[in-house]
Design a protein around this ligand. Structure first.
Ligand SMILES: [Zn+2]
Length: 80
């Protein structure tokens, strides 16, 4: 049995990152993805994985590194 894609509502907006139609994800989701922090629009599955998620992880890691650096600095000052 194959899924009836014709009956699913699809998002016909272009992806706000690559400009291609957002369409249907491999898991059947048709609503596109939040393109934050790249922009305020919607993006396709491919850009979600290749652009948006790596950007989110790198922002997250920078924040963690910054917090770790601050904590390290604070602890090292304490020992002086
Ligand atoms: Zn895209």
């Amino acid at each position: 049995m194959r899924p009836n894609l014709e009956k699913m509502a699809t998002i016909n907006e272009p992806c706000s990152i690559c400009g291609q139609t957002i369409g249907v994800d491999t898991n059947g989701w048709t609503g596109g993805h939040n393109a934050q922090p790249i922009n305020d629009g919607r993006c396709c599955e491919s850009c979600n994985w290749n652009v948006v998620l790596p950007e989110r992880f790198s922002i997250h890691n920078e924040k963690i590194n910054k917090e770790t650096d601050d904590e390290y600095e604070r602890l090292s000052k304490k020992n002086v």
